[in-house]
Design a protein around this ligand. Sequence first.
Ligand SMILES: [Zn+2]
Length: 349
Amino acid sequence: MKAITVEPMKPGSARFEEVAEPDINDGAVLVEGLAVGVCGTDVEIVEGKYGWAAPGKTRLVLGHESLGRVIDPGPVKGLRPGDLVVGIVRRPDPVPCSNCAVGEWDMCHNGQYIERGIKQIDGYMSERWRIEPEYTIKVDPTLGILGVLLEPTTVVTKAWEMVTAVGQRSFFEPRSVLVTGAGPIGLLAALLGVQRGLDVHVLDRVTSGHKPDLVRALGATYHSGRATDLPIEPEVIIECTGVGAVIGDSMLKLRAGGVFCLTGVGSGGITSRMTVADFSAAIVLKNLVLVGSVNANKRHWFKAGEALARADRKWLERLITRREKPENFKQALDRQPDDIKVIIQFSDV
Ligand SMILES: [Zn+2]
């Protein structure tokens, strides 16, 4: 079979090549790969900045935003040939730490977890893959190709769970949320905000194109420009840019007692606008909570599947702005200005 592979930490080493069929030891469930979403992590791995091959191997099969169709469910009850499934990305560390021991591997303490397509275990960018039954998530069949959006939806499902958990420290009935960044994560965070009945505001740099249209189609309000100029005072902010200036500016708009959930990962940038002490004072004086959120556990995967199944299919379809064939994976990884979610499609759904 063919797969998109890369030698981690070696720029320019990615190729679409012949590899061995998936090993039965990888999992009892055999799946036909249908599509894989592309994200910034894949780009970083291909650029040689991140990623680890499995022990004893030099190359890694890329891909963690999967969608596949069951060929052989093995001994698994409740799974049939033809079912649409996605594969969970992270596996608990072998120690295991206390969080991994209770299935909350997204909160792993020791960092010894592994992740398909990223860290020490092959990913899903192949014509076929195998998976352990307990890491297989069944997708609502009416979602079809849109099931490929499940993995990014798990990220925001967890973020919303964090917001709720942290908010419960005091009386907490939020009415409005600001989402910063209108990429796939921001738009899915906005979708979940609308599903919770909130007044949703989304801030991004662009003034035209898919992003403002998609926000308005949700019934949410789109803003561009600086967060400090926004005419709102949200109780919740979900930050999806990782840009320091956006984080500092938007935090100043958060209502006292609010929850600020960070999901973006950035680095560097402007440091002069607000010092750490200024930032800290703002948090203290307004009883704010800053909470970081990354990855997801099985509960979030399940809930993300439910959220997607409830969403308007036509709106979800518009998030997938480009589909590339596996042999053209380089184009898929090359970000275009109007891209939201780009997928590599291995087979028709
Ligand atoms: Zn752990």
